[in-house]
Design a protein around this ligand. Sequence first.
Ligand code: SF4
Ligand code: SF4
Length: 260
Amino acid sequence: TTSWMAIGQENAFTWIERDIGIAFGEWDMPTVDRKTFMSSRPGVFFGGDAAWGPENIIWAVAHGHQAAISIDAFCNGRDLDTRPGPGVNLASQKMGIHEWSYSNDYDPLSRVAVPHAELVASLKNLKMEVELGYDDQLAAKEAERCLNCDVQTVFTRSLCIECDACMDICPVDCINFTENDDEADLRRELRVPAMNKSQDLYVSDVLPTGRIMAKDEDVCLHCGLCAERCPTGAWDMQKFMYVEAQVTPAVLHHHNAYLV
Ligand code: SF4
Ligand code: SF4
C-alpha cells in the first residue's frame, strides 16, 4: 500500500494521469464513493480534502479510519460495503446524590470578554499585543459556559413513578409527560413546542397512567437538575463516548477499554 500525504492550499491532481481509470468530476476532483472512499479505480482510495474538497482535520482523520477499513477489506478480498460499526458507550456520571463528575452548575453567563491592552499604550506602540488572552480565573469562568453536550439525560421508564418533579424543575421546560400523538402534533403540543425537526424527540414507551415522557433534546442544558430532583433515579446523566469504527472487533475492544 502506498499513501501520500498532501499539504497545500488547494487540490491539484495534474500528477494523476487521466487514462488510468480514475474518474474526475466537479471541480476536477476524483469521483470517490462516500461509503468506501474508493475511487473509480479499484484499490485507489481518497480521503480528507483530496476526496470532496476542504473539510476540517476531524473529518480528515475520520476519512483516514474509514479508508483504512476499506483498504484492509480490499487487500483481504472482503466486501467493502460491509462496514464495521463504531464503538459507543454510555456511562453514568453520578458521584453522589447531587454530585456529578462534570461541572453541571446551570448559570446563563454571557461570553467572557477577552481582556485588551490599555488603549493609549497600544496606540502608541503598534507592535504591542492587543488581545491579552484569559488568565486562569477567566478561563475557568468561560469554561463553565460549556453545555456538556456529551452528557446525555437517560430515562428509565420502569423507575418512573410519574411524580412530574423533573418537569417542574427543568429550567428550559423541555421535559413533558403527556398523551402520545403523531410526531408533528406532539412537537406542537409540548410545553415549549419543539420546532427544530432536525433534532429527534426523546420519547419513552407508555407509562402506567397512559402518558409518555417526551423531551426536546434541542434545548436541554445538560444541567442534571432533573436527575437530582428525581426521587427514584429514573433520570441519570450519562456520558456518551464514541470510538470511530476499527478494522477488527479486537482493535475496537482495545479502544473501548479506555472509555469505560
Ligand atoms: S438536564 Fe437540565 S435542561 Fe436537561 S432535561 Fe434535565 S433539567 Fe432540563
Ligand atoms: S422526577 Fe423521576 S419519577 Fe418523577 S416524573 Fe420525573 S422521572 Fe418520573
